[in-house]
Write a protein that binds this ligand. Structure first.
Ligand code: CUA
Length: 187
């Protein structure tokens, strides 16, 4: 008889501790959600430290990413710049032509949603975020062909979003570049 109130008190304490733990775990979840939301929403926390922006709605009309300016350009200093865009559900150009043993700078962006830019057989992997220009420099050691797939889910056609990268010798690239401002291996 005398033990019962004591036991009830114990149960109360246990319930109180339980509630405190529940409140604490909710607080942790809320804090993590707030952090994730902050990181996602805050522009400064988005892609890379050096942000170059571009208006995705006018890509095809003006600026660096108009159709005639896409593809590979042989720069006066001998390096190559490749400009490409990703859109649901393809890349332009569909086949990127680059020379081997040459510094190649990629500049790419998206015209609609987030796409991935992954060149198979290399460590080149970027995200194309609408509004931002993804830039990275690469060097291909030998001629060959690489598949380039989109690896960010971008909609129903995601699995079919592929392009190719064709690496040719420096000499044949130079030959092909004669008299041409932009190159690609799309026929
Ligand atoms: Cu574009 Cu997946």
């Amino acid at each position: 008889m005398t033990a019962q109130p004591h036991e009830a008190g114990g149960a109360d304490i246990a319930a109180r501790i339980e509630r405190r733990w529940a409140a604490l775990s909710f607080a942790i979840v809320a804090a993590l959600t707030a952090l994730a939301a902050f990181a996602g929403i805050q522009q400064a926390a988005m892609p890379q430290a050096e942000l170059e922006t571009v208006d995705p709605t006018t890509l095809h009309i003006r600026g660096e990413f108009t159709e005639g300016n896409l593809g590979s350009a042989l720069e006066p200093d001998g390096t190559v710049t490749v400009r490409a865009i990703g859109q649901q559900y393809s890349f332009t150009p569909q086949c990127i032509l680059v020379p081997a043993e040459t510094p190649v700078t990629f500049r790419a962006t998206s015209a609609d949603v987030v796409h991935g830019f992954l060149i198979d057989g290399t460590n080149l992997n970027a995200m194309l975020v609408p509004g931002y220009i993804a830039t990275f420099t690469a060097r291909f050691d030998a001629p060959g062909e690489h598949v380039m797939g989109c690896h960010e889910f971008c909609g129903v056609g995601h699995a079919g979003m592929w392009a190719r990268v064709e690496v040719v010798t420096r000499q044949s690239f130079e030959d092909m570049a004669k008299g041409k401002k932009r190159l690609s291996c799309v026929e």
